[in-house]
Write a protein that binds this ligand. Structure first.
Ligand code: TXA
Ligand code: MG
Length: 312
């Protein structure tokens, strides 16, 4: 079910073809193995969450073949350009302002206006990104809540049968995830990782704030950023009340539907795009049909619950 691909031209070509077909492929980076999918394809990105059995839609890192292509997907403020020049390709992820209309799946950013990007240094990762020729969304290639994989064996132990293929590049050199630095919406140091905080501070000429230690987490969502629509949201609705727009699922048709056939993969793929659309159309009250609490349904329900929580 899950193909193991050799680290040669044929293996890379096969991996790139599977990505182009909307499948998920695990591949080595210098930090850990990533579970990749075409970042422009909603269903392919939904498959990542499904394979990992991830109970939440956390935003994902987009992997690019070279720093030059970053500008196609996001803005590169001067500090970001300096960090990129110093540490890319390498174990640094930058959170940058997303370019509107970039064409990335909103599932990649979990609907946020920022995008996490990284240009990995691993030869196979770069060859694969080059061969595929597009942006690849990839979290670590492990089932949710388990250790990050640093060999193809780890990947197979956790995800065999749930992903299309793993490109076997042997053990990862760095072995811990990338360091994450945000330049938007606020400059901050989000995750310690392969590049030391001191090296980042040296490059910028000053240290960065670390959310959670310098800020008191009073506002929910400050630490775990998430997108919420402007309108109110009511869950488990079977009919619309006065003034509500009903977002359907399966047999509950609604004004719009997450998935008319009741397919959770399709519902996940549509979720953020439909919420954004309702926002744009000025929907003040949104009601959502019940979503089965299984598989991807748990991640969908997690997002909906957060979006439904009253905001100050
Ligand atoms: O080394 C790595 O970074 C590996 C390899 C595969 O590249 N990837 C990885 O991805 O560790 P993941 O999904 O396990 O961690 C990505 C983290 C998430 O915790 C998420 O919160 C954060 O990046 N992130 C992604 N997009 C973000 C955004 N727009 N704003 C803030 N944080 C973001
Ligand atoms: Mg991870």
């Amino acid at each position: 079910m899950t193909e193991t691909l050799a680290p040669d031209n044929a293996g890379i070509a096969r991996a790139a073809a599977l990505l182009a077909a909307g499948e998920t492929v695990a591949f080595p980076t210098e930090t850990v193995y990533g579970l990749g999918a075409d970042a422009r394809d909603d269903r392919a990105v939904a498959r990542i969450f499904e394979a990992k059995n991830r109970p939440r839609f956390n935003p994902l890192i987009v992997h690019l073949a070279d720093a030059a292509s970053v500008a196609e997907w996001c803005e590169l403020p001067p500090d970001a350009a300096r960090l990129a020049a110093s540490f890319w390709p390498g174990a640094l992820t930058l959170v940058l302002p997303l370019r509107p209309g970039s064409g990335l799946s909103p599932l990649v950013t979990a609907g946020l206006p920022t995008l996490a990007v990284r240009v990995p240094a691993h030869r196979l990762a770069r060859d694969l990104l080059q061969a595929f020729g597009g942006p690849v969304a990839a979290p670590s290639a492990n089932p949710s809540g388990r250790l990050s994989p640093t060999t193809a064996d780890h990947v197979r132990a956790g995800l065999a049968g749930r992903i299309a293929a793993v490109l076997d590049g042997g053990p990862c050199d760095v072995g811990v995830e990338s360091t994450i630095v945000a330049l938007a919406p606020e400059p901050s140091f989000l995750r310690a990782g392969g590049i030391p905080a001191e090296a980042i501070a040296n490059c910028l000429g000053h240290p960065l704030a670390t959310p959670g230690t310098t800020e008191t987490p009073t506002a929910p969502g400050q630490l775990a950023s998430h997108y919420a629509p402007a309108g109110t949201l009511r869950l488990n609705a079977t009919t619309a009340r006065d003034g509500e727009t009903l977002l359907g699922f399966g047999k509950i048709r609604g004004d719009l539907s997450l998935s008319p056939s009741g397919d959770l993969l399709e519902a996940a793929a549509n979720l953020f795009a439909l919420l954004h659309r309702l926002d744009r159309e000025g929907a003040e009250h949104i009601a959502v049909a019940p979503i089965p609490h299984e598989g991807l349904g748990r991640a969908i329900n997690d997002r909906l619950r957060r979006a439904a929580t009253p905001r100050p």
